[in-house]
Design a protein around this ligand. Sequence first.
Ligand code: ARG
Length: 266
Amino acid sequence: RTWLHATTALALAALLGACGQREAATTAAAAAPASAASAPERELVVGTDAVYAPFEYQDEKGQIVGFDIDVLRATAEAAGLRVRFVNTPWEGMFNTLLQGDRDVLVSAITITDERRQTMAFSAPYFDAVQLIAVPSASKVAHFADLKTLRVGVQTGTTGDEAASRLMGKTNARLRRFESTPLALKELESGGLDAVVADNGVIAHYVANNGGTRFRAVSDPAFVPEQYGFALRPADSALRERLDAGLKAIRADGRYDAIHTRWFGPK
Ligand code: ARG
């Protein structure tokens, strides 16, 4: 009985195995074309330094929101890609990409030749330039006026580069902060005479601080900058898809709607 039982079990197993195999083969054959066209791909992990309003910041509920977030979300959607945003401090952010902990970075990142040595960039999605925030009563009229003043920047940003060029990299009056809001807080408390940062962030700060306590100073000496999504150089297929997505949302009005939503009508 035991032997019979075992044989029956074996036969059953063989039968089931064969069926299973056939079924698997059929399923695979049927699924192959569909999966190539629409299988859900791995979710892309997007790093963003969410203390940079209005580009990326956390709302009252702790959700990461902002212009950059909307642009990347729409771009990914147009490209058929799924994304998940992870708050990632600016310092060390580029390494998280290169080490594979993040797949994409969106963080008002200016495309520069130096950064292109280690990272790849999407097509530009936003034009920017440096701007200076000063107390309203300040006499600062030009960038060169900052040469002898106490200046705050966010470490490793293009604002840091510009101020370093003007004042000297090791100048003690040039103070570096881990985030732009921290530099602006120091300006508020009187510890600094000026902060140099991206125009969108300075304009947002001036507008949201009563509009009378601080003002923004522009200078033609600042070179035009462009933001891009940062990617690993090897991910050229991903870059092409994001570029196609960006092109699509620029063409169908979605990009303009996002721009208007965050910056008002052009
Ligand atoms: N655009 C500047 C740069 O690329 C500043 C970017 C800072 N972004 C941020 N989310 N903290 O250097």
